[in-house]
Design a protein around this ligand. Structure first.
Ligand code: FES
Length: 152
């Protein structure tokens, strides 16, 4: 009798561990992306003027914009309708979503709450409370693009 009882406890203990592990794994699968989303970006990218890589420039040419990290900030570099290269903070001033450039409409759009900015970062509509800060951009004769400090 006590051996049966021990056997049941052993099987039950094994099943408890198995179910507990599965529950913990499921919880981790759900919580990990949420925590990643809510955690601020680590300080990444160079802290000073940043030259776009060949890959960044290829993305800029293909999509009309590219987002690069500079000193832990997301910076959007884009070509406006006159083919000028501009750079704005890519973090929306409302709740921090990443904005995107809409080249056909010459505006910056935040999909989270339909915030809209003009190509100078000024608010056009939606809930953002402040404009997007600008960054200095330098185009070299060799075609390289360097993004400098915030200018506004
Ligand atoms: S986070 Fe951009 S409009 Fe709300």
């Amino acid at each position: 009798m006590s051996q049966e009882s021990t056997g049941k406890h052993t099987r039950r203990g094994f099943l408890d561990i198995l179910l507990g592990g599965a529950a913990a794994g499921s919880l981790g699968t759900v919580l990990y992306p949420v925590i990643r989303y809510l955690t601020p970006l680590q300080q990444s990218g160079p802290s000073g003027p940043t030259r776009l890589s060949d890959e960044d420039i290829a993305t800029l040419d293909e999509n009309q914009f590219v987002i690069i990290p500079i000193a832990g900030q997301r910076v959007m570099v884009f070509r406006d309708g006159d083919n000028n290269v501009r750079a704005l903070q890519a973090r929306c001033t409302h709740e921090g979503c990443t904005v995107q450039y809409m080249p056909g409409e010459s505006l910056i759009w935040c999909a989270c709450h339909n915030g809209r900015f003009d190509i100078n970062g000024r608010i056009l509509s939606g809930p953002p409370p402040r404009p997007l800060p600008k960054y200095a951009v330098n185009l070299a004769d060799d075609g390289s693009i360097t993004v400098g400090e915030k200018t506004a």
